[in-house]
Design a protein around this ligand. Structure first.
Ligand code: TXA
Ligand code: MG
Length: 351
């Protein structure tokens, strides 16, 4: 299959709408990451998403709408969701809602809730309007790869697997949406994202965090969000986080670098912009300013992909406080590292 990459023009958006209505796939930009869409009401179209991504069938998809009036077709939102939709849609907030039987099982992997969001990217909204149907879309990466935040990332993973990629430029948020569950007891964030806990609590009171956000899921623990079970966001090289005093972290990372390099490994340091001047002679990438987690969020997946392109064997990364968007950043970095963390003090003390 030939893959066409086009900026969102009236023609390409109309073509996207036609492809979606006729059961095909379209990759499209959102404000979070690029999505791989298919008509949510068409089971065989949705099957195509799982095939193109190589995604396990028990991991449910998010349904995208361009207007809350589309919800009635496939779900029955509880009244407690309306203030959230008013306040945060369109935007990076995905809400679980009780599903209707008309929605094919494959979308929800058999669950009785469906995850829904209204994206804020103008091209996504225009494409959804052209399609006229709700669109099921996971991130447009091959399963296990970091989510795509540029059309070039989508092409890397999906060339030949999808007829059309709409190129809407770099994604503004850079991490996937917040997934919020109001269907099962206390409000719980299943996946942190652009709409932070701090933004939700004034409307909801205390918001819980799913257990596996900052640590691995235990052997006998049930994931509230099936996606949390899978190794994710991971480049091929081994990622390790280095935490501790700012003054020690950089020294520790350099020591680890030299040790691995001496063993013949290719090593990359992921560091905040403020520390880049101290890294002459070390292969490194910037995570943006350590004072602005939104900068780190925007570039993180690109940096993890770059580590692959550069064929790095070992990647060491600084960490950021888990406040605001920092929580989502640390969730993705943590999962990329399988939560492997070293203390700078111990690294410096041990050799
Ligand atoms: O920002 C985003 O959310 C992007 C863009 C394209 O909208 N989409 C995205 O989709 O990240 P995906 O499939 O990569 O992640 C969906 C997450 C998974 O962790 C999945 O397990 C969870 O949402 N999820 C979907 N339906 C669910 C449900 N009914 N209950 C619990 N978790 C659900
Ligand atoms: Mg994904």
């Amino acid at each position: 299959m030939e893959t066409l990459v086009s900026s969102p023009t009236p023609e390409s958006l109309r073509m996207a709408g036609e492809i979606l209505r006729s059961g095909g796939l379209v990759a499209f930009p959102t404000e979070t990451v690029y999505g791989l869409g298919a008509c949510a009401m068409n089971a065989s179209a949705v099957r195509g998403i799982f095939e193109a991504k190589g995604r396990p069938g028990d991991n449910p998809l998010i349904v995208h709408v361009c207007d809350p009036s589309q919800l009635d077709l496939f779900c029955t939102p509880m009244p407690s969701l309306f203030p959230l939709m008013d306040r945060f849609w369109p935007g990076p907030l995905t809400l679980l809602m009780p599903r209707r039987p008309a929605l094919p099982d494959i979308v929800t992997a058999g669950l009785d809730t469906v995850a829904v969001r209204m994206p804020a990217h103008p091209a996504a909204l225009e494409m959804l309007r052209e399609a006229g149907v709700p669109v099921a879309a996971p991130s447009a990466n091959r399963s296990g790869r970091p989510s795509p935040t540029k059309a070039a990332h989508v092409l890397e993973d999906m060339e030949g697997r999808v007829p059309l990629i709409l190129d809407g430029g770099d994604c503004q948020v850079g991490l996937e949406s917040t997934v919020l569950d109001l269907c099962h007891g206390r409000p719980t964030i299943l996946r942190p994202g652009g709409i932070t806990r701090e933004m939700l609590e004034p409307l909801l009171g205390t918001v819980d965090l799913a257990g596996s956000i900052l640590r691995p899921l235990g052997d006998h623990e049930v994931a509230r969000s099936p996606g949390m079970r899978y190794r994710h966001y991971a480049p091929r090289g081994l990622v390790t986080l280095v935490e501790g005093d700012e003054s020690q972290v950089l020294e520790a990372m350099k020591r680890l670098y030299r040790r691995d390099e001496a063993e013949g490994r290719r090593v990359l340091l992921l560091c905040f912009e403020e520390h880049i001047p101290d890294l002459a002679g070390f292969a490194h990438c910037s995570l943006g300013s350590g004072r602005h987690p939104e900068e780190t969020a925007r570039v993180l997946f690109d940096r993890l992909r770059e580590a692959d392109t550069m064929q790095m064997d070992r990647i060491y990364s600084e960490v950021t406080p888990v406040q605001g968007l920092g929580l989502a950043v640390m969730n993705r970095l943590g999962r990329a590292a399988s939560f492997r963390t070293l203390s700078a003090r111990e690294v410096l003390g041990e050799t």
